[in-house]
Design a binder for this molecule. Structure first.
Ligand code: SF4
Ligand code: SF4
Length: 119
């Protein structure tokens, strides 16, 4: 069992992505990230967002915690133990899982980028 934020030698925890500007190996310890011990990690211990908002439906919004987009408006938020959802700061909405691939691959063409002057 490994940490939900761990993939291929990188940590995708939102606070790590925020600190390093992208997923990073700098904080990874195989004996922690890649085992049940991940619960002892200080980054994993960051409190999850408290309550799942009314507009979030797991079947529509739940994504892998290791999704990353270079879009400056893209955030991953964690609710509960291991449930992650994507949030767009530009439109202030949770992103349906079937739209997340566009945020990852086609974000430079997203019309919402201009809402925050980030283009
Ligand atoms: S255990 Fe900690 S450092 Fe490792 S992937 Fe999870 S949050 Fe990141
Ligand atoms: S909807 Fe557009 S602006 Fe928002 S996170 Fe996705 S790519 Fe970025």
């Amino acid at each position: 069992m490994s940490c939900p934020f761990y993939s291929n030698g990188l940590c995708y925890n939102p606070s790590v992505v925020s600190t390093y500007g992208r997923p990073s190996s700098a904080v990874v310890k195989q004996e922690v990230c890649n085992t049940k011990s991940y619960r002892e990690c200080d980054y994993f211990a960051d409190p999850p967002d408290q309550e799942v908002p009314k507009e979030v439906y797991p079947i529509i919004h739940k994504i892998a915690c290791t999704v990353y987009s270079e879009c400056p408006n893209f955030l991953v938020r964690r609710f509960g133990e291991e449930d992650c959802v994507a949030y767009c700061k530009a439109v202030e909405k949770y992103i349906p899982r079937n739209s997340v691939a566009k945020c990852v691959e086609l974000w430079k063409n997203c019309p919402y980028l201009s809402l925050t002057g980030e283009k």
